[in-house]
Design a protein around this ligand. Structure first.
Ligand code: ADP
Length: 331
């Protein structure tokens, strides 16, 4: 029987708990011992862990956040920290470590692999979906729902007052969440890092589209989705610019951390369960330093460095649909 350890690291995402549950249940079936390290890599450094059993993960599938807590841990980047973590894993006789997190957490896992010879498996957990080699990441679908729900509400008030609203969504440096949320909420314009040309070009496009719409339909509501970290100076700067450009009030709304929370939607739960169960099935095999992701509905294994070596491209067909239906005159 093997000993498996699991931790959640970096930005938390809905569905991490469903993944932990799947790992624990799959381990119990195999008579494996399973430990949960707390607070991301900090737990690994401080030997702070808890043994996990089926009772502990009862009723957990639908819970947002992560019962193991997540954290960032700057110190983990050092050689000394990785060596301490390796010694702690060996002291518990851990055979396989599963890291649920984003690309930063995967870099940490790869760093650890230089000092520890146990098996290391990553599982993509982030609302940003910015990890190469997997169609989606745990938490992404839930975050889309949350953002769409909020933008729908913004639309109601925007319509009532015939106002322009600028809505900032998360995504770190990727536009997946912004694009999906803008499409599903039928927003009028979306600004994504992958497609951003310049401030001037963007303002020109929005200005022209808006005045054309106004000529056609009179005073209207207009929703612009803005990916975070994109506009130089931030959302308020853009709101000011738009206000002077359009001579209308422009309301900035930052959706913020609500996008990380909430019960995971079914898609995230099911993916979390599949990836967790698949990761456990690899225990004792030669497979090492890979991310278990999902491609075309099936689990896949991708070497960890591949997950971050290149930025993941947006879906062409999503972008084309966006250009046809939203920022349409400028495709
Ligand atoms: P995410 O996993 O969501 O991308 P971060 O980028 O914050 O989140 O990374 C989470 C943690 O992973 C960091 O706090 C750090 O402990 C570890 N980490 C990130 N990058 C590296 C690296 N290059 N080497 C070692 N550890 C790293």
């Amino acid at each position: 029987p093997k000993t498996i350890a699991v931790l959640t690291s970096g930005g938390d995402a809905p569905g991490m708990n469903a993944c932990i549950r799947a790992i624990v249940l799959a381990c119990e079936r195999e008579n494996y011992t399973v430990y949960g390290y707390l607070h991301g890599y900090n737990g690994l450094l401080n030997q702070e862990y808890t043994q996990l059993h089926a009772e502990r993960v009862h009723n957990l599938n639908q819970l947002g956040g992560t019962i193991l807590h997540s954290a960032r841990c700057r110190e983990f980047k050092t050689q000394d920290a990785a060596e301490r973590a390796a010694a702690n894993l060996d002291a518990l006789e851990v055979d396989m470590l599963i890291v649920i997190g984003g690309d930063g957490s995967f870099r940490g896992a790869m760093h650890l692999s230089n000092y520890w010879d146990g098996q290391i498996i990553g599982i993509p957990g982030t609302i940003d979906n910015d990890i190469n080699g997997t169609d989606a990441t745990i938490g992404y679908y839930t975050a889309i729902e949350t953002a769409v729900d909020s933008i729908d509400k913004v639309r109601d008030t925007a319509d009532a007052f015939e106002r322009i609203f600028l809505v900032e969504v998360m995504g770190r440096h990727a536009g997946f969440l912004g694009l999906s949320a803008a499409l599903a909420s039928a927003s009028d314009f979306v600004l994504l890092p992958e497609l951003f040309e310049s401030e001037a070009a963007t303002l020109k496009q929005i200005g022209e589209q808006l005045s054309e719409r106004r000529e056609q339909r009179g005073n209207i509501s207009y929703i612009i989705v803005l990916a975070e970290n994109l506009w130089p100076g931030g959302i308020n700067k853009l709101a000011e610019k738009l206000q002077s450009l359009t001579q209308s009030e422009v309301r900035p709304v930052i959706l913020g951390h609500v996008q990380r929370g909430g019960a995971p939607v079914s898609q995230d739960r099911i993916m979390a369960m599949k990836l967790g169960a698949h990761a456990v099935s690899l225990a004792g095999s030669q497979t090492n330093c890979v991310m278990v992701g999902e491609r075309y509905g099936k689990p896949c294994e991708v070497p960890l460095p591949v997950t971050w070596s290149e930025p993941k491209p947006l879906s062409d067909s999503d972008v084309n649909t966006m250009k046809q239906l939203m920022n349409n005159r400028y495709a």
